[in-house]
Design a protein around this ligand. Structure first.
Ligand code: SF4
Length: 319
């Protein structure tokens, strides 16, 4: 029997142009193949085009960030209208009602860009290239633990896997905490996420364990907020090769295999550690051997199925 629970669909906000909506300044789009293709069937998108929602329409004059003594301003490039306050107010209102498990922003946009947006002088070359889109900046300040990426960074296999893992984990947590959960539900949730949390952040793993031990003895809302904080913080930390190796050995210690099988598994884990095979190889082999009563616990770990298997995001060899 497959011990893996059904996948919860994440709700993910996205710059609308990335899904192919014709909302760019020139009436075009920036459809992203991975987002609109492979990932699309597994998530519920919440497309947002801040510049359209700010009433700028299409086609429209292009915008850019300009430095000022009040920080970067969002300006129309030729007519030089300052749209910063309008965009900030829109972002605050949108953010307050967002309720999503992640956000994919369009790179290089003065509204949506997350990193490296040029901040111009009135004329001449940019004074700074470390700006952030005005809309994106408000979203991030409101919830620093929200999984966010831009489509450019998602072309990197490791960043893509990390982001997708996080949005599915957030979705499962949201599903639990927005339901009529009991202390035993939180205990069960934590039990099946243990290896996943451990792979990201051993300190948060210990903290989350202590919090769960208090289930039933603390006000529900307080406990939920503390646990959510520990869980989301853990997932925001990168799962390193060393921590994955630790988790794989942990799981190997929990299943019954003969000496030959154990030696095979140890060798495959070492190959992953050495950068010779991707994480999918030891994970698949461990899952294969996790049979019977003692295998159920291992198979039930979200570490082994953090997102739908057909996304196949663990097939890259660690650098
Ligand atoms: Fe709209 Fe943002 Fe795309 Fe620009 S980058 S078209 S503001 S969604």
């Amino acid at each position: 029997m497959d011990a893996r629970p059904a996948m919860t669909r994440p709700r993910v906000a996205v710059s609308g142009c990335l899904l192919g909506e014709p909302v760019r300044f020139n009436g075009g789009h920036s459809r992203d193949r991975f987002l609109a293709g492979a990932l699309g069937p597994h998530v519920d998108w919440v497309p947002i085009c801040p510049e359209m929602e700010a009433g700028l329409g299409t086609p429209r004059e292009t915008l850019r960030l300009e430095g000022s003594d009040r920080g970067p301003r969002l300006m129309t490039r030729t007519s030089r209208v300052d749209l910063t306050d309008r965009m900030t107010a829109l972002a605050a209102a949108r953010t307050a009602a967002l309720d999503v498990d992640g956000y994919v922003f369009k790179a290089k946009s003065p509204s949506c860009g997350l990193h490296g947006i040029p901040v111009h002088r009135e004329s001449g070359p940019p004074a700074d290239r470390r700006g952030r889109g005005v809309f994106a900046g408000v979203v991030l300040s409101a919830d620093p633990l929200l999984p966010v990426e831009d489509e450019g960074r998602l072309h990197d296999a490791l960043l893509r896997e990390t982001f997708v893992e996080r949005i599915f984990a957030h979705a499962r947590l949201r599903e639990l905490l927005t339901g009529d959960w009991r202390p035993r539900d939180l205990v069960a949730f934590h039990a099946r996420h243990k290896m996943q949390i451990l792979a990201h952040d051993p300190a948060a793993y210990r903290l989350a364990g202590r919090l769960v031990a208090q289930a039933g003895n603390r006000p529900r809302d307080e406990l939920a907020a503390d646990y959510a904080g520990a869980f989301r913080t853990a997932l925001s930390r990168k799962a390193s090769v060393g921590r994955n190796v630790n988790v794989l050995h942990h799981c190997l210690g929990m299943i019954t295999v003969d000496a030959l099988q154990r030696a095979d598994l140890v060798e495959v884990i070492a190959s992953y550690q050495a950068g010779l095979v991707p994480l999918s190889v030891p994970v698949t082999l461990l899952r294969h051997h996790a049979r019977g009563e003692d295998g159920g616990y291992v198979l039930g770990q979200t570490y082994f199925s953090p997102y739908p298997a057909d996304l196949a995001l663990r097939n890259h060899v660690p650098a």
